[in-house]
Design a protein around this ligand. Sequence first.
Ligand code: FAD
Length: 338
Amino acid sequence: MTADDLFDLTIIGAGPTGLFAAYYAGFRGLRTKLIDSQPDLGGQVTALYPDKFIYDVAGFPKILGKDLVRNLVDQAMQYHPAVHLDENVQAMNRQDGAITLRTDAGEHRTKVVLISAGIGAFTPKTYKRPELDQWIGKGLAFAVRSKEDYRGKRLLVVGGGDSALDWALGLVDYAKSITLIHRRDGFRAHEDSVKKLFASPINVKLFYELRALRGDDRVREAVIYNNKTQQEDIVEIDAVLAFLGLVSNLGPIREWGLAIQDDSIVVSTKMETNLPGIYAAGDIAIYPGKLKLIATGFGEAATAVNNAMTFINPNASAFPGHSSSIMEQKEKAAAKAH
Ligand SMILES: Cc1cc2nc3c(=O)[nH]c(=O)nc-3n(C[C@H](O)[C@H](O)[C@H](O)COP(=O)(O)OP(=O)(O)OC[C@H]3O[C@@H](n4cnc5c(N)ncnc54)[C@H](O)[C@@H]3O)c2cc1C
C-alpha cells in the first residue's frame, strides 16, 4: 500500500447525502472516495423511486428522483472523487494513524470517514417462497427501475403502503390494466393516495393475497385468493410488482464502537460521532429534533464535510466561504494566467 492509497475523506453511502458531501469535499480540495453497496449511485432514490416526483427539495418545485440524482452526480463528479460501487463496508479499524475500511472487495485507507449509509444496506423484501421468487426477472419485481418496463402491460400490484399506491397510480398511464390486491381493508398510505386509488381505473381487490404465479418463460397469470372466503380468482397478467417493504440492516456498522440510538448514529451539531475523525449525516444520523429528509441530509452533509476539514487540517476554517465568490475568483485567476 502506498501513500497514494491514503484518502482525506471516505464517504460510506452514495445516496443524496453522500453525493452532496462528495461535492463539498471536492470544493474544499479534499481527496475523496465514495463507497456504496448498491450497483448505482443515488441511494434510496435510485433503488426505490427513480421515476417518482419529489416536491420538497429546495429550489425545485418538483423533480423526478432520477433527475435529482443525475444533478447530484454531475455536481459531485466535477471534482472526480474515486467511486467504488457494489462494495459493502464491513469493518473499520485504526492503523498507523489512519482509518482502514474493509469491504468485501478490499481495503481503503483514509484520514476521515463520513458515514451517510441511510437506513443501512437495504434490499426490497422478496416473498421468500421459492414457488413465487422463481419468477423474479420473468415478470415479478419488488421495485420499479423504469416506468417504461410496464408500458402496455397487464399489471398486478401487491401491497397497501405508500410505495404500492404511488406506483400503481404512477403507472396508470403506462400499463394496459392494473389490478391492486391488498390483504386488509386499511391502507398504510397517504389519505390522498387512497382517495385517488378508488377514483382511478385501478381494479382494487381488498382482502386478497397472491397464492401462485403461472406462465412459461414469463409470468402469464396470477392465482389470487380472498383470505376471508378462500375464493380463488385467476388474473391474466404480464407483470407483478410486489411492495412487501424493505429489509434494511445497519449490519456491521453496529460493531464499530459508535454510539447508536434507534438504529441511527448519534451525532453532535458538527455531525461528529463519538469516535474522532468519524462523522455521520443523512438518514443514519440522529440528534434531538432530527427529520429524515433529503433536505436535511444536504445541510448535514455540508456541516459534516466542512467540520471534517478542520479535523484534517486544524488551521483550516470550517466555513467554506461562498461558492459564488470563490468560483468567480478562481475563474478570474485562471483567465489571467492564460
Ligand atoms: C418511496 C420513498 C419516497 C420518498 N420520498 C421522499 C420525498 O419526497 N422527500 C424527501 O425528502 N425524502 C423522501 N424519501 C426519503 C429519502 O429518500 C431519504 O431521506 C434519503 O434517501 C436519505 O438519503 P441518504 O443519502 O442519507 O441515505 P440513502 O438514500 O439511504 O443512501 C444510503 C446509501 O448507503 C449505502 N450503504 C449503507 N450501508 C452501507 C455499507 N455498509 N457499505 C456501503 N454502502 C452502504 C446504501 O446502499 C445506500 O445506497 C423517500 C423514501 C422512500 C423510500
